[in-house]
Design a protein around this ligand. Sequence first.
Ligand code: GLN
Length: 293
Amino acid sequence: MADAPQPTVWTIKALLAWTTDFLAKKGIDSPRADAQILLGHVLGYDKTYLTVNFAEQPSEADRARFKDLIQRRVGGCPVAYLTGVRDFYLLPFEVTPAVLVPRPDTETLVAEAIAFLKPLAAPAVLDLGTGSGCIAVSVAHQKKDARVTAVDASADALDVAKRNATRHGVADRVEFLHGDLFAPLPAGAAFDLVVSNPPYIAQHEFAGLPTDVRDHEPRTALDGGPDGLDFYRRIAAGVGPFLKPGGRLLLEIGATQEADVRAVLGGRPELEVGPTLKDLARLPRVVTAKKVL
Ligand code: GLN
């Protein structure tokens, strides 16, 4: 870290100012937030504590750990993999490079799932491609009598999801199954709600993804096949028998996929496509459908 004038006394304030500037110059999108999260992680402090203790001088050992994290961040590693945790909806989730980092976009799906489940007694929920378990665990945590089945093709992801279920006290109501989409489900299983944030990046989009996503997050959690729609086709084709009459399907989509995904679901006679929900950036983010036959 040698290209900016360096203060002689490394207070929290000076470290944050220097690092924010350094990260910005390296093209990091949210330099101040990243610097705060990583310094807070090293020191075991939250953001408020950092701010009210601006004059404190972290030890040389802590500064060395911080510097190592900053270098890895500049190398493209997502902040959540460096700290091992990401807040999502109302809870902190463990994340490792085996799982996609939970995104605020997906909170739209969770809020709708919880609203739909609210009047139902002991509803059964299926989460396809659970990853960190952020959807499954959030739903189970908010709807105390829900039983959730969470499927993933990655055993390593399921290990992370199971730890998140345990951490948030819902392990007794979330069942984890290893396998491809519907394959591991018992015959005759039927759900009130099926949710998924499937891989939906199209092949031609990979080159344009931010490097921290493209080179660090699991390709299997992102790759939606040649046009990005593979999983929507497979879910649409297979979900019918697993939905109870009147049951709901909620699928996260890429912001440009609304028409395509609505068409894929609309091609199934047993599904009635409902409203598309927008995320906090007002982008189309969740396509909904109801089981009608
Ligand atoms: N929203 C993610 C991204 O933009 C993609 C997630 C997914 O494919 N389900 O990188």
